[in-house]
Design a protein. Structure first.
Length: 247
């Protein structure tokens, strides 16, 4: 790729120091994208992921900020844009949970999830969209919702609200950016296996899944990588769930 092509194919993956975001960052690097690895706090983890991206032959940067902090997000992203130009793609993956039954849910539990998961969409994409448009290279935006955003989930009224909101925001932004050749799609994972899954929860949860197993981060990352590719250029405004048949 030429320098211009390489710049046009740089992508940002928020929350990519671990989990699904890390899997996405590494698969995108394997597909030939340069990757900005984002973290909120654990810079060492993010640097390790960036080193793996570079080992795959791609450029990488570590961007540290809280997606809930609008000022910090704009400052860090604007500096990167000045130095490296517009992103070709953005994967909005960063998110948090603060689970509780709704009557027991504190205002802070509600606000922190809303500010991170939903306002984070605005805080990250608002500084990046116009540079993408101005670059006239087309582009890709992928948001990470959840099966909770499609069907709701007990104890996650706050989380479900944000993930449903992301679906609406994704669909609306796809309408605005379609004529610019920028696709905007949403991936909604089901239960994805992590080290934090409660063993007591495992057997009961698997009974709800027709495939009788949890998903893997790489399985979600494969779909995101496809949606970022040239082969997905006619797919936009879609919500695709990776859930083993739960819904």
């Amino acid at each position: 790729m030429s320098a211009v092509d390489a710049q046009a194919r740089q992508v940002l993956v928020t929350g990519s120091s671990r989990g699904i975001g890390k899997a996405v960052a590494l698969q995108l690097a394997g597909a030939g994208f340069d990757v900005a690895v984002h973290c909120r706090g654990n810079v060492e983890q993010a640097q390790a992921v960036a080193a793996q991206v570079e080992a795959l032959g791609q450029r990488s940067w570590v961007l540290q900020f809280d997606v809930a902090d609008r000022t910090a997000a704009e400052q860090v992203l604007s500096k990167h844009l000045e130095q490296h130009g517009a992103f070709y793609g953005v994967v909005c993956n960063a998110g948090i949970t603060r689970d509780n039954a709704f009557p027991a849910m504190s205002g802070d539990d509600w606000d922190s999830v809303i500010n991170t998961n939903l306002s984070g969409f605005y805080n990250v994409l608002r500084p990046l969209v116009m540079p993408m448009v101005s670059a006239r290279q087309g582009g890709r935006i992928v948001t990470l919702s959840s099966i909770a955003g499609l069907a709701g989930n007990r104890g996650q009224v706050n989380y479900s609200a944000t993930k449903a909101g992301l679906i609406g925001a994704t669909k609306a932004l796809a309408l605005e950016l379609g004529k610019r050749g920028i696709t905007v799609n949403c991936v909604a994972p089901g239960i994805i296996e992590t080290d934090m899954i409660d063993e007591v929860f495992v057997d009961e949860a698997k009974k709800m899944i027709p495939l009788r197993r949890f998903g893997q981060a790489d399985e979600v990352a494969s779909l995101v990588t496809y949606l970022m590719s040239d082969q997905a250029s006619y797919i936009t405004r879609q919500v695709i769930s990776v859930n083993g048949g739960m819904l």
